[in-house]
Design a protein around this ligand. Structure first.
Ligand code: IMP
Ligand code: MG
Length: 185
């Protein structure tokens, strides 16, 4: 292991899911999606930046006609807890009217982000169907409880990084998911 990699991993208190575990589960979700949407064309809306790694790995295993759209949102502003407001940094994608839409995010925490984007997608884009996938779902009371059809893993209410999830922009490229140690915050 290089010193740089060891340095990053030493910022973690524990590894929650290693790379193999994540990849196995992502492949299972992809198989579910392929089964559910067989014969259909899919419009994926990926929430940036957190869903970046998940959506890429997932869609590589979904051999359906897919169009990929991204929407940038922000709710943490660099800390480790939601600010309670969700900032949509751009408009919803065009051309989703009457389409089969799958919304994808990295993690369901307070629920505000997904609930806000779902509301926006339904009112502004009028898709024929809308389903949602997240890799992680925190077990905690939520301010909003958005409907989510595909869930990778349920996790305790801890701040995690890696596989797309960041702390102040760092750690997204970790192939595993871990809990950041107090000293790294
Ligand atoms: P929510 O609006 O509180 O559900 O938060 C959703 C967004 O906050 C996700 O899209 C993530 O980008 C971010 N987030 C929530 N929990 C974590 C975490 O534990 N680590 C890193 N990012 C998180
Ligand atoms: Mg996010």
């Amino acid at each position: 292991m290089s010193e740089a990699v060891a340095g990053v991993l030493s910022s973690l208190d524990k590894i929650v899911f290693d790379s193999e575990t994540i990849q196995r589960r992502v492949a299972e979700i992809a198989a579910e999606i392929v089964r559910d949407y067989e014969g259909q064309e899919l419009d994926v809306v990926a929430l940036m930046d957190g869903a970046l790694f998940f959506v890429v790995d997932l869609l590589r295993s979904v051999p359906l006609p897919v169009r990929v759209h991204t929407v940038s949102v922000r709710s943490y502003h660099g800390g480790t807890s939601s600010t309670g407001t969700v900032q949509l940094l751009q408009r919803m994608p065009a051309g989703l009217e009457g389409r089969t839409v799958l919304l994808i995010d990295d993690i369901l925490d307070t629920g505000l982000t997904l609930a806000t984007v779902q509301d926006q997608l339904i009112t502004a884009c009028q898709p024929a169907t809308l389903r949602t996938a997240v890799l992680l779902r925190k077990q905690r009371p939520r301010e909003r409880e958005p409907q989510v059809e595909y869930v990778g893993f349920d996790i305790p209410d801890e701040f995690v990084v890696g596989y797309g999830m960041d702390y102040q922009g760092h750690y997204r490229n970790l192939p595993c998911i871990g809990v950041l140690s107090e000293s790294a915050i």
